[in-house]
Structures are given as C-alpha cells and as structure tokens.
Design a binder for this molecule. Structure first.
Ligand code: B12
Ligand code: SF4
Length: 512
C-alpha cells in the first residue's frame, strides 16, 4: 500500500523556542516500510496544508495516517480527515498517538465517518497488522488497540522490543528545520520509554501503564552514529533514571568516538542521585537540561504529587550550575494565582540564572486531575488544551490573568532571548548563519508576536466546532486505573534494578 504519514502543525511553543522531528511518527513509518509498504512522511510543523493537498493529489496514497500526540491538534486532524475523505472516499484514514489514544471515541464521533479508525497505544506494535487487515478487508476490531465507530478491539499491546525499530529519519523532507535553541539543526532520539512516577498533571505514566523500558546501549550508540545533525534532543520523560544504563550508553558513545551536543529532560532528585552519570555526560557533550520543578513552594509540589522536596530541587539546580550546563526549569501557574503570586514568581525568576518556562495547570484527558479536579472546566475546546491557556476558572479576570502570565514569561524573554541572548552566543550564531542555519537566530525575536495576552484571550472567543466530552463528575477517590492506555504490568513492567525501584518508591511516597 502507499501510506502517507502526517504530523499536524506546531503549537505556540514551537513557534519560538524549538521545533523537533516527529519521532513517534517516524518509528511508525519505519515499521510500515519494513512491512513492504511504500511510505512518505509530511510534517505540518514545517510544511503547509497546501503541500499536503498537493502531495495527496499527485501521489494518491491508499492510506493516510495522522499522529495525534497533542490535544490541541485534534480539530486540525479532524478537519483534514474530512477534507481527504470528501475528495478521496476510498483512502483509509487513521490516527494514532498519545492524545488520540485518550480521546479515540470522541475523535471518531467528531469525524463523522472521515476517520476509519484510531489505533491506541504504541504504534509499532500493531500498525502493520492493521494495514494488512485493511488490505484483506478483514475485521479491524480483531486487532489490539483498534477503535472504530463499531466498537473497540482488544487492549493495546506493547511493541516486542524497543531495539528493533529505528525511526525512518530519511523520510523527513526538511531536516534542517528542526532545532532547540543553539542546537540548530537538532535530531531526536529515545533512550528509554515510560515513566515510573505518577504526577497528577501528567499523562506520560498513564499512557504506558507506569512501565519503564529501555533500549540497549549498543543500539542507541549505533543509531547516534548514523545521525548527521550535531545537536541531539533526548526525548525521554526522565533521562537517566537508571544510572548503569546512562553510563553504559556513554561508554558506547565514547568507544565509537561520537561527538554531539545533547539536550535532555530529567527530575531534580534523579540528577542528585546519579550525579556521576550527568558529570560523565557533560564530558560527552551534554549542554542543556530541562528540569520539571513545577512549583517553588511545598504546597504546590504536594498538590502535583511531584514527590520531591524544595531543598532537593534547589540543590539539583546548584549541582547543574556547577557542571556548567544551561538549565531550563518549568513552573506551573495555577488559574487561581493573583497579582501577588505572579509578582513573587517574577521576582524569583529574576534572581536565578536559569531559564524559567511557565505553563498553566490544565486537567487534560489521561491525567489524574482530569478525573479529580473539583473546579468546573471553563472550556472544552481542544485547541485551548496546550498548557498555555486557562481552562479552569481564573481568580483574576481572564484578561488580567493572561496579562500577568505573559508579563511573567516576559522575564524569560528579557533575560534569555533578543540581544542579551545574542551577546552571549554571538560566535555560535555567526557560525550557524554561515552554515545557512537560521532557526536559532530567528527565534530570538519571535517572543512578543507569539506570547501576547490579547491573542491568548481571542483564542477563547473562537467558534468551537468540536467539544471534548467532559470527565464524569469528579471525585477524590476516582480510580486512576481507568485512565491507562497500556494496562499496568506492575514491577515487572519496569526495567529498573531493585535499588532504583526503591528510590522511585521512596520518592513517590516520601516528600508528597
Ligand atoms: C518529546 C516531547 C516533546 C517534544 C517533541 C514533540 C514532537 N515534535 O513530536 C517537544 C519538546 C517539542 C514537545 C513539546 C510540547 N509538548 Co510534548 N512531549 C514529549 C514527550 C516527552 C515524548 C514524546 C516522544 O517523542 N516520545 C517518543 C516517541 C517514539 O513516542 P510518541 O511520539 O509518543 O509516538 C508513539 C505513540 O504515541 C504512537 N504514535 C505516535 N504517532 C502515531 C501515529 C500513528 C498513525 C500511530 C498508529 C501511532 C502513533 O506510536 C509511537 C511509537 O510508539 C511526551 C511524553 C511522552 N512520554 O509521550 C510529551 C507530551 C506528548 N507533550 C506534551 C505537551 C503538553 C507538550 C506541549 C504542548 C508543551 C508546551 N509547553 O507547549 C508542547 C507542544 C509542541 C507541539 N507539538 O507543537 C504532553 C501532551 C499533552 C496533551 N495531551 O496534549 C505530553 C504527553 C507530556 C505530558 N507531560 O503529559 N514535546
Ligand atoms: S516525573 Fe515527569 S514524566 Fe514522570 S509522571 Fe512526573 S511529570 Fe510525568
């Protein structure tokens, strides 16, 4: 079959700070190619709807699939599916990915026949089987993870081994458009999948049933050696949970003489526990690190069940600084923040050298707060569920909330973008420009055109054609297991040694 794999457009964040390759869709594409399908990939983060239409018209794929990782992209995916089905009714249209897995029934309902099925869970596991069934006109509902208008197949299963799949990076048509800060261009790679923690605002753990699996160090190093880009974004939710794994990957990289610049995301307590791994990776080229701190008060950390105390987080920041790594941290603004709270956060952001990113507390499908939040949602418009908009009642009038939010995010702009950033990175910028890489330099002046309180407010006034089904009446005791996409396999689902498992358990039940 001819299969076209499509990644939807980028959200606010990707218009300023970073834009990364659609790794999940590339792995799905690789599996399909290995099953003898002819596959093409189009990424709407860097191409247009017209490019998509032109490609379909010219190439006439038998199937089009979309990657639905982000809730805010769902209306776009539905509209595109409708447009494709209207013109080419025989084309099989299906969707997979993180958010699609949590909202499959709603998506099929909104699409009104334009989406043939949603494949929940890890795409590698069953995508080839799905297309085989489509070609044979067999019953799709026999396949694990499939949801159609007629019902649901068996529960999704995991891919047999994470070592067997290598993303089809060659299918991307504009590889130089992917970057994160000065890592321009930048490729992405996965070392491990899943997360053993269970923060209330996050759906990474509910998707994977609190499992944690890793890829073999040799496979990772071989894959790294095949990547041309000098910058590497490690997509793991929490990098180097397992110290031995981190060290072993490092040794394989060293043995092969691979030299890259790395960006990763981790937790403060993991950083402190596995200091030697991060020190080693600093030598190997680790330059940037993102730490999800989420709150700077004990009450906030407890509410998010982050299970890490404030002192540990500050100690982790100090350690990262001592390594000379550029650190970005995330804080979650709650819609009930008032002027004083925003002002206190602004002052704190000004005092520390780190880059502070601020997101908005958002209960979305798949998270525990989606089930348990007692405040009434103010909107069911998918497009507002990008953690940059308020979908819970704000204490301040909404326009003032956005003014305060953007003023606080402005600190980041003033300190780390524009001329001040260029002064600090002038030689890198010149080097990039000489090589025709303009992503980094362009991003430095984009902040104000994207992060603007009026634009954010106007987003609330748009007509809502697709509304999410709200959660059932929230209760403190709702069973979170109903959220899982991949059923929880308990301890045996986590490839962690006993000491690391105990560490996770202690942090899960300790500081919270
Ligand atoms: C890396 C990452 C990013 C990267 C890169 C994303 C990209 N270009 O695809 C960056 C840093 C850019 C990013 C940004 C954001 N992210 Co993000 N991100 C992740 C993260 C940590 C891993 C994703 C990943 O690459 N995994 C590895 C690959 C191999 O897996 P995968 O993409 O999930 O694909 C698999 C399946 O989903 C499925 N699949 C995927 N596509 C398809 C398609 C088909 C047809 C099929 C069958 C299957 C399938 O099969 C794949 C292989 O198993 C996830 C958390 C997580 N663990 O999932 C959050 C996550 C997806 N991000 C999240 C959020 C909120 C964001 C932001 C909105 C944050 C912000 N501050 O603005 C932005 C939006 C950016 C945008 N796209 O426009 C949320 C999603 C929330 C939601 N429900 O919408 C997640 C779940 C994290 C969380 N804490 O809950 N993100
Ligand atoms: S540690 Fe990170 S990835 Fe894991 S549940 Fe918490 S926020 Fe999600």
């Amino acid at each position: 079959m001819k299969v076209l794999a499509v990644h939807p457009s980028g959200l606010m964040y990707t218009r300023v700070f970073l834009r990364l390759e659609p790794l999940g869709l590339e792995t799905v594409a690789a599996v399909l190619r290995a099953a003898a399908h002819e596959v093409r990939l189009l990424d709407l983060q860097v191409e247009s709807h017209r490019d998509l239409e032109r490609l379909i018209r010219k190439w006439r794929p038998d199937a089009v699939c979309f990657s639905g990782n982000y809730l805010a992209n769902i209306p776009e995916i539905i509209d595109l599916s409708k447009a494709i089905k209207a013109q080419w009714p025989d084309c099989f249209v299906f969707v997979g990915g993180h958010s699609a897995s949590f909202t499959a029934a709603d998506m099929l309902k909104h699409a009104d026949g334009a989406i043939d099925c949603v494949l929940r869970g890890e795409g590698e596991a069953k995508v080839a089987e799905l297309l085989d069934a489509v070609a044979r006109h067999a019953d799709l509902l026999a396949i694990p993870g499939v949801v159609t208008c007629r019902g649901e197949g068996p529960l999704p299963g995991f891919a047999e081994s994470l070592d067997q799949v290598r993303p089809a990076r060659d299918l991307l048509r504009h590889r130089r458009k992917y970057f994160i800060g000065v890592l321009d261009p930048c490729a992405s790679i996965e070392f491990a999948r899943g997360c053993p923690w269970d923060c209330t605002f996050c759906s990474a753990w509910t998707f994977y049933g609190r499992s944690y699996r890793s890829r073999s160090p040799e496979v990772i190093a071989d894959e790294l050696a095949s990547i041309r880009e000098p910058g590497i974004f490690i997509v793991d939710d929490v990098a180097f949970v397992h110290a031995d794994h981190g060290m072993a990957i490092g040794r394989e990289i060293e043995r092969r003489g691979i030299r890259k610049k790395y960006y990763l995301e981790t937790r403060g307590d993991v950083l402190l526990r596995n200091r030697e791994v991060f020190e080693y990776w600093r030598e190997l080229g680790l330059q940037y690190m993102f730490i999800g701190m989420e709150a700077i008060d004990a009450e906030g950390l407890k509410a998010f069940r982050k299970r890490v105390n404030l002192d540990k987080n500050f100690e982790a920041l100090a350690f990262a600084r001592s390594l000379g790594i550029t650190v970005a941290i995330n804080l979650i603004a709650d819609p009930d923040w008032d002027h004083d709270r925003f002002e206190a956060i602004r002052q704190w952001c000004l005092e520390i050298p780190e880059i502070v990113n601020i997101s908005v507390n958002t209960p979305y499908p798949g998270t525990e707060i989606w089930l348990r939040e007692h405040r009434q949602l103010t909107s069911l418009d998918y497009r507002l569920y990008d953690i940059q908009h308020a979908v819970l009642p704000t204490k301040l009038p909404l326009p003032e909330f956005y003014r305060e939010l953007v003023r606080t995010q402005q600190v980041l702009n003033r300190k780390h973008l524009g001329w001040s950033a260029l002064r600090g990175a002038a030689s890198e910028a010149a080097h990039l420009l000489m090589h025709g890489q303009t992503n980094f330099v362009r991003m430095l002046w984009r902040f104000n055109s994207v992060f603007n309180p009026n634009l954010q407010l106007n987003d609330h006034a748009r007509e809502v054609r697709y509304s999410m089904t709200p959660p059932a009446a929230s209760t403190e005791h709702a069973n979170v297991k109903v959220l899982y996409v991949h059923g929880p396999a308990g301890r045996k689902g986590r490839k962690l040694d006993d000491a690391t498992e105990s560490f996770v358990d202690e942090t899960r039940t300790g500081a919270g």
